[in-house]
Design a protein around this ligand. Sequence first.
Ligand code: PEP
Ligand code: MN
Length: 337
Amino acid sequence: MVIVMKKGASAEQIQHVIERVEEVGLKSHPIYGTERTVIAAIGDKRGMDLSVFTAAPGVERAVPILAPFKIASVEVHEEKSQVPVGAAIIGGKKLGVIAGPCAVENREDLLRIAEEAKAAGAVGLRGGAFKPRTSPYSFQGLEEEGLKYLRDAGDQTGLAVVTEVIGENYVPLVESYADVLQIGARNMQNYRLLKAAGQSQKTVLLKRGLSATLEELLLAAEYVLSQGNPNVILCVRGIRSFEKYTRFTMDLAAVPALREQTHLPVVVDPSHATGRSSLVTAMCRAAVAAGADGLIVEVHPDPEHALSDGAQSLTFKQFEAMMKEIRPVAEAVHREL
Ligand code: PEP
Ligand code: MN
């Protein structure tokens, strides 16, 4: 990092900061300018509380040079990561599409959805068995019964099972059925859950928090990675803004912005981002054009009667049409479906 001294900082104050830098195990390299002095502190101390320096007299600010995340960073790992999603890989040339209902509702519908999703070219089956709902009175999911339906539908179709784990205590149960542990937007900063998922052998699909910065998302990913699990997929799913027409605001620039900072694959969830099925296909095309490695899309046989998120769910026909529409976009950006 670089520590910028205030204009007129005394020689004692500068010397004190140099000593503090050395005390914490960094090498100091002061640069004496005509107006002010800056002290380069050399060494890797990410995550260090900068107030160690900014609280010292005569210091104006301390500026970190390295990204605060390390394992997730392109600085450490330049090549893009390829992450398993069941039998498929997300992060390679081929795009990976995950489709399914918001919530698992019953065995028959889920199997039908899985078959339709598979036929249209999906690699994963999504569906919540444990639902983190905003209201405690909303449908909370079928829990373990839903996990069983997911596993059966996954086995029958060859699709990878992607489902949410809502708390650290549920990791053993959910990982016994799922191929991919989804960590929801509302749990992106549940650090105990992130650590527990980091100790799992299963791929983690980490959704961006409603109001989380990209740095916070990458630090959340770092929690999982630092526990030894290298298989993390980031999911961009819209953030809160003042706009009300869409459910959230689709921050699509996050896709190339993440690409500049991390080797982890990035998928886009246009269903939760927009909240409206009429907007989903356009945002799927845009996501692919922006460089997403995949999509996660809500699909329901009868959105009008869905137990959750019907307004943003595509019908089978719409899903199939969407898959056809993204193919030429994928080719235009040198990707395959
Ligand atoms: C979901 O994908 O089922 C979900 C609840 O999404 P999010 O966590 O992004 O709100
Ligand atoms: Mn949903």
